[in-house]
Design a protein around this ligand. Structure first.
Ligand SMILES: [Zn+2]
Length: 405
């Protein structure tokens, strides 16, 4: 390490401080410079300098704040300026792509859901770039200054380099989506696994806001989890995931696509749950499930109305997920456990089954304080991408690029 490393180090500090100040203004604004200095634990001169740059770049604005009960001159407060800055949030899932323009407060400007067929002659990368191009052409009238593109999808992803190594529903092999889109549009591109990004979104805008330690379990076509520990997403900067879906719950169970047998996903994924319900209906002729097409909605509705078979199936999911969660509670001691699933339609049946397992199997000192709740957002839409952009503003990486113009 020599003198060469100094400027990089100073840039890093500047980036971190700018991000921290922006976060405080966003979360506590309108806020005075004096309060900012105290909250950020930075010298008033540093605050003045950072705020001046943000004002010049139109990322923050000044407003008057009148202290309650005070008849003196109003103080000057700072607020973030968000409307003139847009980003594109994209979500890719089985057979569909959602594209949305949002402003920097995450407010929706326009959103579209389009088909993305699993089989297509055109390479995956070209298809996504085409969708992005056409979306911008259709909505160029509404577009303010574009700051970034955020993409969330299932699969094995190198989030640092924006490479999609593989996806569950599309034939994709090491596609450099981030680099290609960045070169094509000139703005930074953030790519994250959909469950990780959704976990971040709940922490920033949703059901786990303010909680330091959170486990979020997603039960859908796939089964997975996101973990926030001490306020940070576990594995946030890597391609790893909290792979609870591929934890064995039945050594004699079905073979899973991962190569093992009896993974949680082979028992608790929506498709497996419906398959099991279908099989067991033939042994339970009195079940309400007969006579209507079997869907997640009809299964949950029957369970809520007390149908024994439907309840038994959903309690089974809760017990299997709860068993793995009990181990995770002992590892992470979370304040909150969030469940994101279409089965939340029967949360009255599902959540008590999960809680009962945790209470019986986890360390009492930990399970006592744990709440099981539903996620605020669903596994659709583009709020997960909004979390990636917000995080990049707060950690300074995106903010510094916007300040530099
Ligand atoms: Zn598996």
């Amino acid at each position: 390490m020599g003198a060469d490393s100094q400027p990089g180090h100073i840039d890093q500090i500047k980036q971190t401080n700018a991000g921290a100040v922006y976060r405080l203004i966003d979360q506590t604004g309108p806020v005075s410079r004096i309060d900012l200095s105290r909250l950020a634990q930075l010298a008033p001169a540093s605050i003045t300098k950072i705020v001046r740059e943000m004002l010049e770049a139109h990322l923050v604005q000044e407003t008057e704040i009148q202290e309650p009960g005070s008849r003196g001159r109003p103080a000057v407060g700072l607020m973030v300026e968000t409307q003139a800055w847009h980003f594109l949030s994209v979500r890719i899932n089985r057979g569909e792509i959602n594209l949305a323009l949002r402003d920097l407060s995450s407010k929706l400007v326009v959103e579209e859901q389009l088909d993305l067929p699993l089989e297509d002659g055109t390479p995956f990368l070209d298809r996504i770039v085409n969708h992005v191009d056409h979306f911008f052409i259709r909505h160029q009238q509404k577009l303010e200054r574009l700051t970034a593109i955020a993409i969330t999808l299932p699969g094995v992803i190198d989030t640092e380099r924006g490479i999609i190594h593989s996806m569950p529903f599309y034939s994709v092999q090491s596609v450099p989506l981030g680099e290609a889109l960045e070169a094509h549009t000139g703005v930074p591109v953030f790519i994250q696994h959909d469950i990780s990004a959704w976990t971040m979104a709940e922490g920033l805008f949703g059901a786990s806001r303010g909680a330091r330690d959170v486990i979020q379990v997603v039960i859908d076509h796939n089964v997975g989890a996101g973990v926030i520990t001490d306020g940070r997403l576990l594995h946030g900067g890597s391609s790893s995931l909290v792979e609870i879906g591929h934890t064995q719950v039945d050594p004699y169970g079905k073979r899973c696509y991962c190569g093992n047998h009896g993974c949680l996903e082979t028992i608790a994924s929506i498709d497996s749950v419906l398959e099991l319900a279908q099989q067991r209906m033939s042994q339970s002729m009195s079940s309400m499930l007969h006579g209507t097409p079997l869907t997640v909605e009809s299964l949950c509705e029957a369970a809520r109305q007390g149908d024994l078979l439907a309840r038994d199936i959903i309690v089974g999911v809760g017990t299997n997920v709860g068993r793995i969660l009990a181990i995770m509670v002992n590892l992470f001691n979370p304040q909150k456990i969030l469940i994101g699933s279409p089965l939340n339609l029967a949360s009255d049946v599902l959540f008590p089954a999960i809680s009962a397992c945790i209470n019986q199997q986890a360390l009492p000192a930990y399970s006592r304080n744990t709440l099981v709740e539903a996620t605020h957002f669903s596994n659709r839409g583009t709020m997960a991408g909004a979390a990636l952009v917000k995080e990049a503003l707060y950690n300074g990486t995106l903010l510094i690029r916007l300040l530099q113009g």
